[in-house]
Design a protein around this ligand. Structure first.
Ligand SMILES: Nc1ncnc2c1ncn2[C@@H]1O[C@H](COP(=O)(O)OP(=O)(O)OP(=O)(O)O)[C@@H](O)[C@H]1O
Length: 555
């Protein structure tokens, strides 16, 4: 079973301790049955001292080993859940952006929530299932010890039960796997529900169509596939219980006819089967949860495999190249693909040279490739063909992470973190307060211990906060993707006339994606894109230092 293999990989030593102590507990429980059975048969004569001592001893051993086994398994299972969560997030973070975009956030969210939940659910049951299993195995061992005919019957029935149940569970799993694939589509609709709530609320017919034509059919399909899968589990559970009762019936009624059996033997069987009933019931009832976790693990492994096919090496420790001079893109090509080979849009081939200290505007119509080029320049995408070099140094998989550390960027679909993560200024709060004042956000936001007091702001204000982060990062190259689009005229002016010259005066190179032709005169250079190619590259003036020192006097 995949879950057990996963737990063994997580900590084989702990698993071994849990199995050994669990088995001791199970055998002790079976020993207790044997002892109770024997004491019942000695009703006539008072129980000997050794029986009482044996009873107390076995109770203590069964309890102590059961507790140890469960404690170890609780630790092991929670450790495994922790590892799965962290490993998955790490794998996502270490994967190429283009791969993550292809997979889509609903697929990632489904694994991070549903699959992790299914595994957690199953793993939390493992300690109890293990003890039940150990008790059942102990009881079977006792039945075997009582009579060899009992052993033969048990082996035959256990094989039959195992074979039949596993077959049904496998069929069930196949349906659950299909249901799980459907769940990815369902998550896409969940995302549309939360992110498109305004559009859905405003338009009743759209909302009805969304519900009737998208959410309901997908949810129904998911439900039907799940029902089919769970039906097989129900069959498997009933067949398992049926075989158990058949075993009990044969041993109680048929065995005495076939093999000479004393009343003592029969009553021992009755006691053992009664004792076994609860653990067997628990094991059978937990099978669907364990099976679901198999499906979830397969899904997570498939995601992990697909992510690991596009890994990115971790960051090198080299410092940024503050004094870089030239960044060159030579013949770079980046295609977006929808299917196997079908290109939907291709950026390039294009050549571009960016010099240190210049303010470069990327302009062009919607869909001309500006944001794609920005992701190539910043190293978020790797070109399929062509080269990116910084001062002649070729940027490849080995140093792309290092190269990215040269950039601060505010993309159009930026994300704000509540905490100013990864910024190690000694006076972070003071610096942040200074920039908040300059960005006219003091009335709205405070920064305490590097944490922003609120993110409940207008889109324009949120963008100003993103700009604050870029300032605090203090990286040599800044990139703003239509930053000013949501700003009022005052802040548009502030951005183009003061912030950009200020960044330039600090020696930063600034790349701005802009549609604001009123402010194109703020650029040293205008690079115009059309259909993924550079249409024109116009230098308006050589890169200069200077400009008003808006942000320069940091306290
Ligand atoms: N993740 C993606 N997957 C597939 N195609 C994409 C993806 N992102 C962008 N595209 C396609 O690439 C083309 C260029 O998009 P890009 O976002 O670079 O344009 P842009 O010039 O920044 O446009 P805008 O001014 O509207 O922001 C578009 O035709 C778009 O459909």
């Amino acid at each position: 079973m995949e879950l057990i293999r996963f737990l063994l990989r997580t900590s084989g030593r702990r698993m071994a301790i849990a199995i050994v102590t669990g088995m001791v507990s199970g055998v002790s429980s079976a020993g207790l049955i044997a002892l109770i059975s024997r004491s019942l048969h000695q009703q006539e004569s008072p129980a000997g001292g050794w029986l009482v001592a044996g009873f107390v001893g076995l109770v203590l051993v069964a309890l102590a080993t059961s507790i140890v086994s469960q404690l170890v398994l609780v630790r092991l299972s929670q450790g495994a859940v922790y590892q799965i969560r962290v490993r998955l997030v790490r794998q996502i973070l270490n994967s190429e952006l283009s791969r993550l975009e292809q997979l889509g956030s609903p697929r990632l969210m489904a694994s991070l929530t549903q699959d992790v939940h299914a595994i957690t659910d199953a793993i939390e049951r493992i300690p109890f299932v293990c003890i039940d299993l150990a008790t059942a195995v102990g009881c079977l061992a006792y039945i075997t010890w009582l009579s060899w005919a009992g052993l033969a019957l048990m082996v035959a029935l256990c094989s039959l039960a195992g074979f039949t149940c596993i077959r049904f569970v496998r069929w069930g799993e196949r349906w659950l796997m299909r249901a799980r694939d459907e769940e990815d589509h369902l998550f896409r609709h969940f995302r549309s529900t939360t992110e498109g709530i305004k559009e859905l609320k405003l338009h009743q017919r759209r909302r009805m169509a969304f519900l009737d034509e998208q959410v309901e059919p997908t949810a129904q399909h998911f439900r039907d596939l799940s029902i089919r899968g769970l039906n097989w589990f129900a069959v498997s559970s009933s067949v398992g219980k049926l075989i158990f009762f058949v075993a009990a019936g044969i041993i109680l009624f048929a065995l005495p006819q076939l093999v000479a059996s004393s009343r003592e033997l029969i009553s021992s069987y009755i006691l053992t089967f009664t004792f076994m009933m609860l653990p067997v019931d628990n094991i059978v009832n937990n099978l669907p949860y364990l099976s679901r976790s198999n499906v979830a693990l397969r899904k997570i492994n498939a995601l992990g495999l697909s992510l690991s096919l596009h890994p990115e090496p971790l960051a090198g420790s080299e410092p940024q190249q503050e004094a870089w001079r030239v960044l060159r893109l030579d013949g770079v090509v980046y295609p977006y693909r929808s299917g196997e080979d079908e290109d939907t849009f291709t950026l390039g081939p294009l050549d571009l040279t960016i010099r240190r200290g210049e303010v470069l505007f990327l302009i062009g119509g919607n869909g001309s490739g500006k944001s794609t080029l920005a992701k190539l320049i910043t190293g978020l995408y790797a070109p399929e063909r062509g080269e990116v070099r910084i001062d002649g140094l070729l940027i490849d998989d080995a140093n792309r992470e290092w190269y990215r550390q040269h950039f601060s960027a505010v993309f159009a679909d930026f994300h704000l973190f509540e905490q100013l993560l990864g910024l190690e200024h000694r006076q972070l709060d003071r610096q942040a307060a200074h920039y908040l004042h300059k960005l006219r956000l003091t009335q709205k936001v405070r920064v305490e211990n590097g944490r922003l007091s609120t993110l409940e702001l207008s889109q324009g204000q949120r963008k100003r906060l993103a700009l604050l982060t870029a300032y605090l990062e203090d990286r040599p190259i800044c990139l703003f993707d239509e930053w000013a689009a949501d700003q009022d005229p005052l802040f548009k002016d502030l951005f183009y006339r003061e912030i950009l010259p200020d960044l330039q005066s600090k020696g930063k190179t600034v790349i701005v994606i802009s549609h604001d032709d009123r402010y194109f005169d703020s650029a040293d250079r205008l690079v115009k894109l059309e259909e993924g190619r550079i249409l024109s590259d116009t230098s308006r003036r050589p890169p200069h230092g200077g400009g008003p020192a808006l942000m320069s006097e940091i306290p």
